[in-house]
Design a protein around this ligand. Structure first.
Ligand code: PGA
Length: 249
């Protein structure tokens, strides 16, 4: 049985005190969740929040890591540094990183490699932009993203990959993919994983949906057989909403 998961992505929101307050509220409420719960926070929060959540089922994720091991890369944070904070996950390949920071398939492949080599689990995001969806190219796009950055991993490494399908046109827009649209492409993504790593590995791969997933639409999305949970942006910033999404899983 594959892991069900609800993961939050705080993006560039919450200062340290606000982040600690939110994590504290979540810790008090999440005692025995039915699914894995992860929160992705800015780098500066990681050590404090990971320590705060040490005896909690909630795990912590970074939202990025460097594409180099160490050294003269001013302002960068390595996978090893992320791991040393107590964070167990890193979100990589988010469309905002691809779009605003020009992260290429090769850069992402390197980040994934370093993250895994340093003991982090990776939540790897894929998804098409609006024009690609309108042109019916969404399958092509996600296939290229997988082949370009993660399908060179070994079967052993693959076990530490969670995928997140996030149609870019749905992120932060209030436009959610319909459960039918999401289920269709999740099933396709699982087929691609089966072709590459075998049926069993594909059945064990957690595939999250992200893009305006909230407390109102989560249950309907999570009811789809190939949607194993959600990667939540805006609704992860409000404890009440994030908790309702966890309860829906
Ligand atoms: P959203 O963001 O839930 O605010 O649409 C999701 C994401 O970007 O991970």
């Amino acid at each position: 049985m594959r892991t069900k998961m609800v993961a939050g992505n705080w993006k560039m929101n919450k200062n340290l005190q606000e982040g600690v307050a939110l994590a504290t509220e979540l810790k008090q409420a999440v005692k025995d969740p039915k699914c894995a719960v992860v929160i992705g926070t800015p780098f500066i929060h990681l050590a404090t929040v990971a320590q705060l959540l040490q005896d909690s089922p909630i795990k912590v994720a970074a939202e990025n890591c460097a594409d180099h091991e160490k050294g003269a890369y001013t302002g960068e944070v390595s996978a090893e540094m992320v791991r040393s904070t107590g964070a167990e996950y890193v979100i990589l390949g988010h469309s905002e990183r691809r779009q605003y920071y020009a992260e290429s398939y090769d850069t992402l492949a390197e980040k994934v490699r370093l993250a895994l080599a340093n003991g982090l689990k990776v939540i790897f995001c894929i998804g098409e932009v609006k024009e690609e969806r309108e042109a019916g190219k969404q399958n092509e796009v996600v296939k290229a993203q997988l082949e370009g950055s993660v399908f060179s991993l070994t079967a052993e490494e693959w076990k530490n990959i969670t995928l997140a399908y996030e149609p870019v046109w749905a992120i932060g827009t209030g436009l959610t993919a319909t459960p039918e649209q999401a289920q269709e492409i999740h099933a396709y993504i699982r087929t691609l994983v089966a072709q590459k790593y075998g049926k069993e590995a594909a059945e064990d791969t957690t595939i999250l949906y992200g893009g305006s997933c909230n407390e109102k639409n989560a249950a309907e999305l999570f009811a789809c057989p190939d949607i194993d949970g959600g990667l939540i942006g805006g609704a992860a910033l409000v404890a009440e909403k994030f908790l309702a999404i966890i309860a829906a899983r």
